[in-house]
Design a protein around this ligand. Structure first.
Ligand SMILES: Cc1ncc(COP(=O)(O)O)c(C=O)c1O
Length: 422
């Protein structure tokens, strides 16, 4: 089975001539369609907001695009808050879900009127000291054990909930709400992200069941009416061509049933927030790279100009990313596709059957639109690549240029200034 690429070889060659490779290409129409689907799926819920996880694709043009469609953001750091603000967002459109948070970050979040989502009960004190206790506070719950269809919701990305560093225990959640109520908080949220990249359609409905039950219990035991339930991200995408895409509309309908049974039937109203990152931009981002070398030793290697510095998921998690050799379909051979880092895990594919590639061919690495460029790093002094936004008419805008040596060296020899001859 194959995955399709929404641009032609000719387009990719033109972009290579103009901007060089490697380069990311995001498909604007694809992102818009997916956001519309998510919003349609939860349109029955008053206050529904997709707070896009900025960490997935922290590029202002992407955040502006999403903000223009009514999305908010989920931020984990000061820079993500600043990007959100620069994209026109503030107040309840920003969920600040951080951990081991600095005083500066709390200050910035409160200044923007963001909803502060506390990762731990001890953070109440830190928040109060740093920025005062705001009117609205959300709490991140870690259920310890979370099963989907009778199976533990583990993943190579998040692991078991009981082994995950995020969130508070059930007892701590109750205690934290009690303390915050005493301190004058009048609006409350409840957050839980219990899986990552789940391809199980019952993940969100199961999470909803657990969270809505907790909402009812909090009302009953503490007299607190939780106004927002934030399901986090975690809805997966089919990285492999044989995997099936989730139907977000039917997921929304299943959550609706749980909502009616638990929330509506008890005379309550709760806004649902999601923090989808991967689901929104993942399938619509492509890493475009050129073949630089072909090596025949004990195995066959296709060397490309992208490295794990541009996309580290395969090196970090052994993650599968589909690869298309643009314009080629014949002569399948088994190859490793690798970058040029001095790290043997700098491979985008291992033992992959691909059409025979030649030097100069363009390879497209699929599903790189989330947690791709954003996880990049500069090992070996490699410069991270730029990003293009492809519009519906096939034209592109350069939304981030590739890094330069000046960028990389900007922090050296602060007093005297680092001078170099490139
Ligand atoms: C708190 C939080 N929200 C949302 C996300 C986005 O997850 P995904 O991109 O898998 O939807 C993450 C991912 O790391 C996260 O940590």
């Amino acid at each position: 089975m194959q995955k399709t690429v929404p641009f032609s070889l000719k387009q990719a060659q033109t972009w290579r001539d103009r901007f060089g490779t490697p380069i990311y290409v995001y498909d604007e129409a694809g992102i818009r369609n997916t956001v519309s689907d998510v919003q349609k799926a939860f349109s029955w819920n008053k206050g529904f907001t997709e707070c896009f996880a900025v960490k997935a694709t922290p590029t202002p043009a992407i955040i502006r695009l999403l903000a223009s469609m009514g999305c908010g953001t989920d931020c984990a750091s000061i820079s993500e808050l600043v990007i959100s603000k620069a994209s026109g967002l503030s107040g309840r459109k920003i969920m600040f879900t951080s951990n081991e948070t600095s005083a500066e970050a709390y200050k910035k979040a409160v200044e923007l009127g963001a909803i502060v989502n506390l990762d731990d009960i001890t953070q109440i004190e830190n928040l109060e000291r740093a920025a005062g206790i705001p009117d609205t506070v959300c709490l991140r719950y870690n259920p310890g054990k979370f099963e989907i269809n009778g199976k533990s919701a583990t993943s190579s990305i998040m692991g078991n909930q009981a082994d995950s560093k995020y969130g508070m225990t059930r007892e701590q959640v109750f205690e934290a709400y009690r303390i915050l109520k005493e301190k004058g908080v009048s609006h409350f949220g409840l957050h839980c992200m219990a899986a990552s990249c789940s391809l199980d359609s019952v993940y969100y409905p199961t999470l909803a069941e657990m969270m809505f039950s907790l909402v009812l219990e909090v009302r009953q035991k503490l007299g607190i009416e939780i106004e927002i339930t934030d399901f986090g991200g975690g809805v997966g995408i089919p990285y492999r061509p044989e995997q099936e895409k989730l139907d977000i509309i039917s997921i929304g309908e299943a959550v609706h049933d749980v909502y009616d049974r638990l929330i509506r039937a008890n005379g309550m109203e709760v806004a649902i927030y999601t923090e989808l990152g991967r689901f929104v931009t993942g399938p619509h981002g492509y890493l475009v790279t050129s073949v630089r070398g072909l090596k025949h030793i004990y195995k066959e290697y296709v060397g490309v100009d992208a490295t794990a510095c541009d996309l580290m998921r395969p090196a970090m998690y052994g993650a599968y990313h589909h690869i298309t050799v643009l314009g080629k379909e014949k002569e399948p051979i088994k190859v490793d596709v690798c970058g040029s880092l001095c790290e043997n895990n700098d491979k985008f594919a291992i033992d992959r059957i691909l059409p025979k590639a030649d030097i100069g061919d363009i390879l497209v690495i699929h599903d790189a639109g989330a947690h791709g460029r954003s996880m990049g790093y500069n090992y070996n002094g490699f410069l991270r690549c730029g990003e293009l936004l492809m519009h519906a008419d096939g034209t592109v805008s350069l939304i981030r240029r590739s890094e330069s040596l000046d960028d990389l060296f900007a922090t050296f020899d602060v007093d005297e200034g680092f001078s170099y001859d490139a």
